[in-house]
Design a protein around this ligand. Structure first.
Ligand code: ATP
Ligand code: MG
Length: 610
């Protein structure tokens, strides 16, 4: 393709809003332009790489037996009401009405429509398993779109959905999906870390995220120095470090709880100072507000005034409050807490709510005698003997507090935020933190959608059964930006061959006379060999063309100049974008030689070779 026909404009200046390399380079190289905050247009150069990533994903999905479909992006609200997510997706979901006042959703993800399509087709066990995918537009009204297409509002996701008769069938497909993802990212030239992940608003158990390490990553990963397992902080567990160790204390002889005055001391450091003790002695108690709680609170009902609503097949509490207890030196992880409560989110309650619930200002909450909300405990407090906690009164604390004797939590769960330095739950090694960006996510969903949307098939005995489901996503735009993050230098992008917009960049020093003739002829030879070429036919100075070639980052640059062409054996200069030095090759051998190198580089990444 001729440069002059590519509709491409490179930029010398670095656009000021672009703070990360991929955003800067995508704008500077003319791959894409901003339409509005979080909305971008791919231009021809960028779209070529974008399509290559889509195709790699498509090939790997087909390879594991997932089949492509193309539903709409605009989905009737009724499906989202059926699943219950109409109420839980919050403000990030774009809702629209048509002229008849019918409500629709612009897909932020597509479990509902995929489930409804399968529901319409499925009748017999003989049709299962089913795995379908789409590569399609998604819209999420992100609060803070940033870093270019890394976090946009509109983006393209490959999302796959699978339906199975049983766990083992789902497990096998989940494994195959994970392997397909590893191949996708490796074919794109990306180094990914697979981490155990929380499944968030998706519901269900068993999920893995595929992360790239990144300074601007939104995710904190905990990685073990010894065994290298990695987990998202939203899910990460650590080895128990009960303090004191459960068997080192005799609990029977502990004195009764007593109330003490703690004037002017309400933070844990202040109290430690005042009581000459350490933070591990405290039963830190925080009041949380949770939304859309699916945990059954009836059993524990002491007359808590939470209103339940019937949604789908079960009861949901749109709003409920909890007192969450954790050892004083630790922090509660809100994602883990939301998961334990089966809630869509959990956040600290307002000061007014704390006052209403505990009868005291913030700083004096404690589980003893707290009857107004359920007490949820992190497992660290279970073995905290002779604990200290707020006494539900300003400037008062309880001491000698005993789990089980003085308070009984409604549930006990792992709620702590694991930090660097904690011990690996598998091998006991030291954990360290990394920042990561999520490119893909696979989950075993269970029956969440198939139950709420009433999907059934008939088994061998003619009995209606509900299929179990998995869901699997990859962000195409974010993958593309991450490739650039991993492959660039000061001068520009350094494309891996598999996703490069072109394989070869032909730069005639001056597009004229014999040089023009040789350049055209070479491009024709490459075309015949299926090598994608960009021919810089602009009347620009060589320096400008070389700078643009480095910026655009096509793997091979072939420079054609009069001097080399005038040798006994006409020569051209070949430079790989990954290498500093150029070398000359005879013009007559150039196309065949480089076509072979390109072919080998592409073949190395083909699935059949992996
Ligand atoms: P994040 O935590 O980054 O918001 P997510 O957990 O919301 O991601 P999923 O719902 O699992 O993401 O979506 C699957 C994939 O879609 C993500 O792994 C990511 O690659 C991509 N993705 C999600 N949100 C965006 C966005 N705003 N812009 C670009 N890609 C996105
Ligand atoms: Mg998100």
């Amino acid at each position: 393709m001729k440069y002059s026909q590519l509709f491409i404009q490179t930029l010398r200046e670095v656009p000021s809003e672009a703070v990360i390399a991929s955003h800067r380079l995508m704008l500077r190289s003319g791959m894409m332009r901003k339409i509005a905050n979080g909305l971008f247009a791919y231009l021809p150069l960028g779209l070529r790489s974008f399509r290559k990533i889509e195709n790699i994903i498509r090939e790997e999905m087909e390879y594991i037996g997932s089949r492509e479909i193309k539903p709409t992006v605009v989905i009737p609200a009724a499906l989202w009401k059926e699943s219950g997510r109409w109420h839980t997706m919050g403000e990030s979901m774009l809702r629209v009405k048509n002229r008849l006042n019918d409500e629709f959703v612009v897909s932020p993800t597509a479990e509902e429509v995929a489930t409804s399509i399968v529901k319409g087709e499925l009748s017999s066990y003989k049709q299962l398993p089913v795995s379908i995918f789409q590569i399609n537009t998604k819209y999420r009204d992100e609060i803070r779109p940033r870093y270019g297409v890394m976090r946009g509002r509109e983006f393209v996701m490959k999302d796959a959905y699978s339906f199975h008769r049983n766990d083992s069938c789902l497990d096998a497909h989940y494994q195959a999906m994970g392997d397909a993802y590893r191949r996708v990212f490796s074919r794109c030239g990306l180094s990914v870390i697979a981490v155990k992940a929380d499944s968030g608003a998706m519901g269900g158990d068993g999920s893995e995220e595929f992360m790239v390490e990144s300074e601007i990553g939104d995710n904190t990963l905990l990685v073990c120095k010894e065994c290298s397992i990695a987990a998202n902080v939203e899910k990460a567990a650590c080895k128990d470090d009960f303090s004191p160790a459960p068997d080192s204390v005799l609990t029977k002889n502990l004195p009764e709880v007593s109330k003490i005055d703690t004037p002017d001391a309400k933070t844990i450091p202040e109290l430690c100072n005042f009581l000459k003790t350490d933070a591990k002695k405290f039963i830190k108690t925080l009041i949380y507000r949770a939304a859309n709680v699916e945990l059954d609170l009836k059993e524990a009902s002491n007359g808590w005034a939470f209103k339940a609503e019937k949604r789908g097949s079960g009861l949901v509490y749109p709003e409920a409050f909890f007192a969450v207890c954790i050892r004083g030196d630790l922090d509660v992880n809100e994602v883990k807490l939301a998961a334990a409560l089966k809630a869509s989110e959990a956040a600290l309650a307002s000061d007014d709510d704390v006052m209403r619930i505990t009868g005291a200002p913030v700083g004096f909450a404690g589980p003893v005698g707290l009857g107004s909300v359920p007490v949820i405990a992190d497992k660290t407090v279970k073995y905290l003997y002779g604990g200290i906690c707020g006494a539900l009164e300003k400037d008062k604390h309880f001491i000698n507090v005993e789990y089980g004797r003085d308070y009984k939590p409604f549930i006990v769960a792992d709620l702590r935020t694991v930090k660097a330095g904690d011990a690996c739950p598998v091998c006991g090694g030291v954990l360290y933190e990394k920042k990561g960006n999520e490119l893909g996510h696979i989950f075993k969903l269970g029956f969440k959608y198939t139950k709420s949307m009433n999907v059934t098939y008939l088994d061998e005995n003619g009995k209606a059964q509900t299929p179990i489901m998995g869901t699997y996503g990859i962000g195409v735009d974010r993958t593309l930006a991450s490739v650039i993050e991993e492959h660039h230098d000061e001068a520009g992008i350094i494309w891996p061959m598999t996703v490069a917009p072109f394989h070869v960049h032909i730069v005639p020093v001056k597009y004229d006379g014999s040089v023009k003739e040789a350049a055209d002829e070479l491009a024709a030879q490459f075309n015949a060999l299926n090598v994608e070429t960009l021919l810089d036919d602009r009347p620009e100075r060589p320096g400008v063309k070389f700078n643009d070639a480095d910026l655009i980052g096509i793997p091979y640059r072939i420079t054609i100049g009069e001097k080399n062409l005038g040798q006994n054996v006409p020569l051209v200069e070949v430079k790989k974008r990954t290498e500093k030095e150029a070398h000359t090759v005879p013009l007559k051998d150039c196309a065949a030689k480089i076509a072979e190198e390109v072919r080998l580089e592409l073949a190395a990444f083909k699935t059949s070779a992996l």
